[in-house]
Design a protein. Structure first.
Length: 277
């Protein structure tokens, strides 16, 4: 009887984990778009913008073993979510100024999200492939953000740097690289958070979150449809303990450098304005 209860309990736990996994996909897409909208005016919440990128990176991490077609489709869904929450007025604008019907305006709005929000799936693709790199993942994400901001077509201009509107110190990076550098740095920082996963995995191998993400915490192997002989690149290797602290320390140091630069730059601006007065 006890064996049957244990078996049924394990089955129920597996089923609930599967339900949570399916819910994570749509919830993360909607949440990323909602947080993105809060990062823009009139709210200009920097934490919301950063949270939007973290959620996007978490979704890419969860889908890291999926096909590129699913990644591109998910990237378009993220772009559509961004548009629905932050640029919901686009179909109405098309209808009014284009003289089209509501159905046609809705169709053109979907087409707009596919073409003119191209920077979103491009960044999501960068997040996806960054998890295949051991050390240079954040650099790939920064490059994807830069390429999207520089070359993606757009009508109503916005950039990843707009997500930092609420962070005065972070915005000062624009004095070095224009609107492109703050957004690329923010995206790279969001990705760098996930480099702490090997440290967390090593310290807390029994957490239930590893099963949710599809890993066998005891064997250190990848699960959910992959071969048991395939080991993920982020899983810790023996004899390299100092490396587990290298990524978190580098992340903290980078953030401190950005904040110190922002403070010094603002101080110089205030001093220049005071001298003029």
């Amino acid at each position: 009887m006890s064996k049957k209860k244990k078996k049924s309990g394990a089955t129920e736990a597996k089923a609930s984990a599967g339900i949570l996994a399916y819910l994570f996909y749509p919830i993360s897409i909607a949440l990323s778009g909602f947080l993105f909208s809060l990062s823009l005016a009139p709210y200009s919440n920097g934490w919301a913008g950063f949270g939007s990128l973290v959620v996007m990176a978490a979704l890419a991490f969860y889908l890291r073993r999926s096909s590129v077609w699913l990644i591109l489709f998910t990237g378009w869904l993220l772009a559509l979510s961004f548009q629905l929450f932050a640029f919901f007025w686009i179909p109405g604008t098309i209808q009014v100024y284009g003289g089209t019907s509501r159905v046609a305006a809705t169709f053109y709005g979907l087409l707009y999200s596919l073409i003119y929000q191209l920077r979103v799936p491009l960044l999501f693709l960068g997040f996806h492939y960054s998890f295949r790199l051991r050390y240079s993942g954040p650099l790939l994400v920064a490059l994807a953000a830069l390429l999207g901001d520089r070359f993606a077509p757009q009508v109503f201009n916005w950039y990843w740097g707009n997500l930092t509107e609420g962070w005065v110190l972070w915005r000062q990076l624009a004095s070095l690289g224009g609107i492109y550098l703050p957004g690329a740095t923010l995206a790279a920082t969001a990705r760098a958070l996930f480099d702490a996963i090997p440290l967390l995995y090593k310290k807390f191998p029994g957490l239930a979150v590893w099963k949710f993400l599809g890993f066998d915490a005891k064997a250190g192997k990848a699960g959910r449809g992959t071969s048991s002989n395939v080991q993920e690149s982020w899983i810790p290797r023996a004899g390299s303990g100092y490396r587990f602290w290298l990524s978190p320390a580098s992340l903290l140091g980078g953030v401190l450098i950005v904040l110190i630069f922002g403070y010094v730059h603002l101080y110089r601006i205030d001093a220049a304005l005071s001298s003029v007065e």
